[in-house]
Structures are given as structure tokens and as C-alpha cells.
Design a protein around this ligand. Structure first.
Ligand code: ADP
Ligand code: MG
Length: 229
């Protein structure tokens, strides 16, 4: 079973993880109030479908030059205009297949000032049956491409279930992602919390792509894909 990005983020927030403020909407009429409830000055309008690659996706009903399934907006009016174009339309991404998926809900989220985009996932290692972190400095692209083109940029850290995420594990993840300052400090809480959320709720996959370093130096979970068995 998969849940939507906004539901995954709400769940991860209960574990103290850093996610932006956001509001899920189903109708264009709800867009203005959603935007106005956020701090601004940047907003992001995100299609909620059970498939990735939304940012680079295309809407079937709109022209080839129309924007994709994740859009930046600078005003509440801009959020409304984008919501109108997206809701009810069919988004085709690398992961939907040619039929695409109808966008029936949007997540209006606070825009982030991004310094770096990283990749972080947790999964159950087929060999050992233990949970492993898979991380890469190459965030924001699909991990299959990274695995194919630059496999040396993917680092796996196996977690001993008896010990949980140790300081040594955090150190390995921090080094692999080249985190410094506030981000390295945040990592001490973020990685154990991701692990706790994964184990507590019996996830089969937790993928944060991208995990970002904000311009202020802190970590934030910008996307979240969660699957349960
Ligand atoms: P997908 O993986 O389905 O394309 P993402 O949520 O990863 O969707 O969004 C795609 C890209 O859009 C991200 O890599 C990031 O560059 C940008 N983005 C997403 N959410 C935000 C946000 N809240 N603020 C700023 N940029 C964002
Ligand atoms: Mg993503």
C-alpha cells in the first residue's frame, strides 16, 4: 500500500522530522485559503498521485510547453491559477506509464530555499533482512539513473536491529552526504527518527528524494514516498 506525499509527511512530522508547512486541497476553490495560510513568499503546488517523477511530468490535456506536476508559485493568485490548470487533468510521468494518472488532489506547500538536493531511503536489505539506509549526494534524480551512471555515489549503511542507529552510523551517513554545520547537527536526530518511523509503522520503503540542505544550513524532507507491505 502506498500513501500520498502529504500523508507521508504528516506521519513523519509526528516523529519530529523537519517537513514544511502545507495544505492538501481537492478543489480550485480551496487553493487561495491554502496559500494564505502559509508563510510565503514562495509556494509550491504539488500533484498528489501514486507515482514519482511529477516535477518532470507532463499534463496530457495541456500543451507540451506547459509546466509539470510540481510548480513554484510566487503569489496566492499564482497558486490558484496553477491549481486550476492541474486539478482534474492527467499527469504522465516516467513512473505512470503512458496512460498517466488523474490529479484529484494537490498539496500546497511552503517553498524552500534549496542549497543542495540529496537522496535518502530506507529499505529492508534482501540479503540480511535488516534495515539499511541508502544515501547519495545526487538527490532529485531517480536513483536508478544514479545507480546506472555513477554507482560509486550511492552509499549503503546497514543498521544492526539490536543497536538501532548508532552515532557511528550517523557519522557514516553524514560523511557520505558531506553534511556540515547545522545539517550535520540535524542529522543526529533526523536519521534515528527516520529509522524509528520506518520500524514502528512497518514500512517496506521510505524514500526521501530530495532530502535537502536549506540555504540556512538545516535539513528538510522535501519529498516523501512511503510504502507498506
Ligand atoms: P517528484 O519526485 O515526483 O518529481 P518532488 O517532490 O521531488 O516530486 O519535487 C520535484 C522537485 O521540485 C524537487 O526536486 C525540488 O527541486 C522541487 N520542489 C519540491 N518541493 C519543493 C518545495 N517545497 N520548495 C521548493 N522546491 C520544491
Ligand atoms: Mg521526488
Amino acid at each position: 500500500m502506498n500513501i500520498h506525499e502529504h500523508q507521508a509527511k504528516a506521519l513523519l512530522k509526528t516523529y519530529g522530522l523537519p517537513v514544511a508547512a502545507g495544505v492538501a486541497i481537492f478543489k480550485t476553490e480551496e487553493a487561495e485559503a491554502a496559500a494564505k495560510s502559509l508563510p510565503g513568499p514562495l509556494y509550491v503546488v504539488k500533484s498528489q498521485i501514486h507515482a514519482g517523477g511529477r516535477g518532470k511530468g507532463k499534463f496530457k490535456e495541456l500543451g507540451p510547453d506547459a509546466k509539470g506536476g510540481v510548480r513554484l508559485a510566487k503569489t496566492a493568485a499564482d497558486v490558484v491559477a496553477n491549481a486550476r490548470e492541474m486539478l482534474g487533468h492527467t499527469l504522465v510521468t516516467k513512473q505512470t506509464g503512458p496512460a498517466g494518472k488523474q490529479v484529484n488532489r494537490l498539496y500546497i506547500e511552503d517553498g524552500a530555499d534549496i542549497a543542495r538536493e540529496l537522496y535518502c531511503s530506507l529499505l529492508v536489505d534482501r540479503g540480511s533482512g535488516e534495515v539499511a539506509f541508502v544515501v547519495s549526494t545526487e538527490g532529485g534524480m531517480d536513483i536508478e539513473t544514479v545507480a546506472h551512471d555513477t554507482p560509486d555515489k550511492i552509499v549503503t549503511v546497514d543498521i544492526d536491529p539490536a543497536a538501532g542507529v548508532t552515532a557511528e552510523d550517523v557519522g557514516k551517513l553524514v560523511a557520505a552526504l558531506k553534511l556540515e554545520g547545522p545539517a550535520a547537527e540535524d542529522a543526529k536526530a533526523v536519521f534515528p527518527a527516520l529509522y524509528k518511523a520506518f520500524v514502528d509503522t512497518d514500512m517496506s520503503l521510505l524514500e526521501i528524494n530530495p532530502l535537502i540542505v536549506l540555504k540556512d544550513g538545516h535539513l528538510r524532507l522535501l519529498d516523501a514516498k512511503v510504502s507498506f507491505d
